[in-house]
Design a protein around this ligand. Structure first.
Ligand code: HEM
Length: 505
């Protein structure tokens, strides 16, 4: 009897050892990390049991840990040693470093789709690609996208006008289709017309893939590839992956062909812009030009980057827009101020915003910034330390994970008194002065910050200004009732409900 029991214990021990191998380098590393305050650990599982909660409980669990142990605490999640650092001044050491640029294993779930594009790449590949891609986000290049953004914002306004007879609009899916249209046209130069039901398979694949990431991230046993692959979610993942890659590859080949034909025209001394309407250059066109002229990127690397822009460039902006509409609909006085600013810029004219109009939208910009403070689209990011670092009296060994809990850092009362209050004037120039720059990091910070932040701000201003000029909006949901899901993207558990009342002119 005792022998059987002993056998079972040894078997379980070996099984756990295989299934949950420790992800850190040495016992010394573990010893150092254990000097950092944190909750008690269960052998092998560490503190994982604390996080086996419904998704909407994830933020409250983290919040509790922060309150109990801040500013620095450790969590052991299934063999991953993780150190949270909540202090803006200390964060700078990690985020500003050119050494600690490797992302943690949390990002593995997105690699089948994005490969090692800019978001997930590290070391030389990341340095090279970041250098090559930065010019594609130059102000002069971004400016030309305003027409595409305006066109798709007009479609959104049409859709909202049609829905305005309803009691309310569940805005999240509608806004996502709009931002998807915008990123497809700007990143790939391809119109998918998601808002009007176009390119159904590709649109469905993009939307469903984001959901599958969330499911996988939050279901521990799905982290193991071999288990994931045999589940129905894993098989669905394979199916959509084929659709996504098939579409991007087809578009790349078409644009490559078009590029070569244009080159032929150029060689025969006919200027590109002389041929019919002046063409907008997409990010993809710039990547193709780079690979054709300078042989910098392979076709697979171009595919990875385009897919990365597709993923990073639509869900993040959609979430930010939805939360901004929610706050504007909950704060009529703030909405009125934003509207008055638009009245001063446009008067009664129906014209589309230009780039110089966007520069005038100072109050709207503060509204957007304050929204991203309270609802950072990416609530947590994470790095794996390449080398040991010391912060305060603690050693963070090489190989440990350092999640950066942006959502909570933005609520530090030392920098944001009454942190839950929505107050755009926190971003008046005189208020920003003297605040630690790392106390506000919705686009991360340092060398791996968001390459698309100017694009995002431009897109948000165009869409919000178009919507606010046409509608008075009211949020039906109360902030205290909203359950927030800190997934890859910060979303409400249920779609936000907003009433759109057309403005009388
Ligand atoms: C409100 C909108 C957006 C927010 C809040 C946001 C936020 C972020 C954050 C926090 C990161 C760092 C991620 C990490 O370290 O894991 C990031 C990286 C990135 N973002 Fe954005 N983003 C937004 C819009 C966009 C758009 C529109 C694009 C593309 C057009 C984009 C492209 C990227 C890329 C490629 C990276 C990786 C950069 C690198 O590692 O070098 N983002 N973004």
């Amino acid at each position: 009897m005792w022998l059987i029991l002993l056998g079972v214990v040894i078997f379980l021990y070996i099984l756990l050892h295989i299934l949950i191998p420790k992800k850190y380098n040495s016992l010394k590393a573990e010893w150092e990390v254990l000097k950092i305050p944190g909750p008690r650990r269960i052998p092998y599982f560490g503190n994982a049991h604390l996080f086996f909660v419904p998704n909407e409980e994830f933020l409250p669990v983290l919040d509790k840990l922060v309150k109990q142990y801040e500013p620095i605490f450790r969590v052991d999640f299934l063999g991953y040693l993780t150190i949270f650092c909540m202090d803006a001044t200390q964060l700078e050491i990690i985020l500003n470093s050119r050494k600690h640029i490797t992302k943690s294993d949390d990002y593995e779930v997105i690699k089948p789709w994005l490969g090692t594009g800019l978001l997930t790449a590290t070391k030389k590949k990341w340095f090279d690609h970041r250098k090559w891609l930065t010019p594609a986000f130059h102000f002069g290049i971004l400016e030309q996208y305003i027409d595409i953004i305006n066109k798709n914002a007009n479609t959104l306004v049409e859709q909202l006008m049609a829905f305005s007879k309803d009691d309310y609009v569940s805005i999240n899916p509608i806004i996502t289709l709009c931002t998807l249209d915008i990123i497809c046209e700007t990143a790939m130069g391809t119109v998918v017309d998601a808002q009007r039901g176009g390119e159904k398979e590709y649109v469905k694949a993009t939307l469903r893939m984001s959901q599958i990431f969330q499911i996988r991230q939050l279901t521990p046993y799905l982290h193991w590839d071999w288990i994931f692959k045999i589940t129905s979610t894993g098989r669905e993942h394979e199916k959509w992956l084929k659709v996504l890659h098939g579409f991007t590859k087809r578009v790349i080949q078409e644009r490559k062909k078009a590029y070569k034909e244009n080159q032929k025209l150029k060689n025969s001394e006919v200027e590109f812009s002389d041929v019919g309407e002046k063409k907008k250059i997409s990010f993809l066109d710039l990547l193709i030009e780079m690979s054709e002229k300078e042989n910098k990127m392979t076709e697979e690397e171009i595919r990875e980057e385009v897919d990365t822009f597709m993923f990073e460039g639509h869900d993040t902006t959609s979430a930010a827009l939805c939360w901004t509409l929610f706050e504007l609909g909950s704060n009529p006085d703030i909405q009125e101020k934003a509207y008055q600013e638009l009245q001063e810029i446009f008067g009664d004219s129906d014209r589309q915003p230009t780039n110089s109009d966007l520069a005038e939208m100072k109050y709207l910009e503060r509204v957007i910034k304050e929204t991203l403070r309270l609802y950072p689209s990416v609530p947590v990011i994470s790095r794996r330390l390449e080398e040991e670092i010391k912060i305060k009296d603690y050693v963070f060994p090489a190989g440990t994970y350092t999640p950066i809990f942006i959502y909570k850092i933005h609520r530090d009362p030392r920098f944001y008194p009454d942190p839950e209050k929505f107050d755009p004037d926190r971003f008046l120039p005189e208020k920003i002065q003297g605040r630690h720059p790392y106390s506000y990091i919705p686009f991360s910070a340092g060398p791996r910050n968001c390459i698309g932040q100017r694009f995002a701000l431009m897109e948000e201003k165009v869409i919000l200004s178009q919507v606010l000029r046409k509608f008075q909006i009211t949020s039906l949901d109360k902030k205290e009732d909203i359950k927030m899901m800190a997934e890859l993207i910060l979303r409400p558990k249920d779609n936000l409900r907003i009433v759109f009342k057309p403005r009388q002119r």
